[in-house]
Ligand binder design. Structure first.
Ligand SMILES: NC(=O)c1ccc[n+]([C@@H]2O[C@H](COP(=O)([O-])OP(=O)(O)OC[C@H]3O[C@@H](n4cnc5c(N)ncnc54)[C@H](O)[C@@H]3O)[C@@H](O)[C@H]2O)c1
Length: 339
């Protein structure tokens, strides 16, 4: 008999760390982790099984399918934006083919269980591609369906996977006689840049915010690769994890769409430096701009419109810029580097 479980792919990543801790307190069935790397030993007590494997390996997915009855899949595994730009074909394989593999697993599970399987997909504001800086600064809070012309491989991958997921939720094999009996309950959030006190990002274009504060806490000089007036939306990791819990718990009939924007605050890189200096006055933060990464940030919105998430599932970020630093990041980061 198959064992009831929840599956998290990319479990060893930044979001995986926070999500596993949250599910440890809330999940009613065991959590199974899949990652191409060994999962952090600190997370293992919270896991029923820790599978080291590739989402592109069908044998790994078949084994999961035969041993578990999955009520939900949190598909986090991906190659992030900067890495994807260096290896676009591999990014497409991991980000798109990998996501299709997991959606197919969800279909197989739904078919055998006779009920939809919930599927969480973390998208990104990299799906946006605003043509120039002037338009970006004039655009205001950008809605879900505007400016969908991504300028990175990662953004293209995310946008297509949003569509693939929506297709699997609404139309999958719509011509089949039993259509509708094996649909995937796909739910996706477009996250802004996420800042965590406990993990450091690697390979994303928004990494400068986390790198700045972690360097300051360790007394290490840091050169930001984005211009002082470079601006994009951010959010703390605890808010992001809470959002995942809320969208997954929302009754499906409340969801007017399958993909939602959310955000919390949009500081410029100079404002980030300033707030870090108020907490770490000796921090040495300079600017050594990488024009190519700057161009990517310039194609992303200053702010996104999150009214649909507010209306449909009651979303409200807990932290603004001030409280993100004074209430969460600074105390937790000081604790992390105390020794
Ligand atoms: N962190 C952010 O700011 C942010 C913002 C928007 C969206 N997202 C999305 O959230 C998800 C998780 O992000 P994160 O910050 O935790 O990323 P991360 O890079 O920290 O973690 C990704 C994990 O996926 C694993 N992985 C990569 N390729 C794999 C493969 N082929 N098979 C199995 N595992 C594989 C990696 O080993 C890693 O542990 C990603 O889909 C990312 O695109 C993140």
């Amino acid at each position: 008999m198959r064992k009831a479980a929840i599956l998290i792919t990319g479990a060893n990543g930044e979001i995986g760390h926070g999500l596993i801790r949250a599910l440890q307190d809330t999940a009613d069935v065991p959590v199974v982790a899949l990652d191409i790397q060994e999962v952090d030993p600190a997370l293992r007590p919270a896991l029923h099984e820790n599978i080291v494997g590739n989402i592109l390996d069908q044998n790994v997915l078949d084994s999961i399918n035969s041993r578990y009855e999955l009520s939900a899949i949190y598909h986090l595994a991906a190659l992030l934006s900067t890495r994807a730009e260096f290896s676009p074909k591999i990014a497409h394989q991991v980000n798109v083919d990998g996501t299709l593999n997991l959606l197919t697993l969800a279909v197989d599970q739904a078919r055998s269980q006779g009920r939809p399987v919930k599927f969480f997909f973390p998208s990104s504001l990299a799906v946006y591609g605003i043509p120039d800086l002037e338009t970006k600064l004039k655009a205001g809070a950008v809605k879900e369906d505007d400016f969908l012309f991504p300028q990175t491989m990662y953004g293209c991958n995310k946008l297509y996977c949003e569509l693939l997921g929506t297709y699997h939720a609404r139309y999958y094999q719509r011509l089949a006689a039993d259509a509708g009996t094996f649909r995937v309950d796909f739910r996706s959030i477009r996250f802004p840049g996420l800042i965590s006190a406990v993990t450091l990002p690697a390979g994303g274009t928004s990494d400068y915010a986390s790198e700045m504060v972690h360097a300051a806490a360790q007394g290490i000089p840091y050169d930001c690769f984005i211009r002082e007036d470079g601006v994009m939306p951010f959010m703390t990791m605890p808010d992001a994890i809470r959002a995942i819990g809320e969208i997954m718990a929302a009754p499906v009939e409340r969801l007017s769409r399958r993909v939602y924007n959310i955000t919390a605050f949009s500081p410029s890189a100079a404002e980030l430096r300033q707030i870090i200096l108020t907490h770490f006055p000796r921090a040495e933060i300079g600017f050594k701009v990488d024009d190519r990464r700057q161009d990517i940030v310039d194609s992303w919105p200053v702010e996104v419109d999150q009214s649909a998430a507010r209306e449909d599932w009651g979303w409200q970020p807990a932290d603004d810029l001030e409280s993100a630093f004074s209430g969460y990041l600074v105390p937790a980061i000081k604790e992390r580097y105390r020794h």
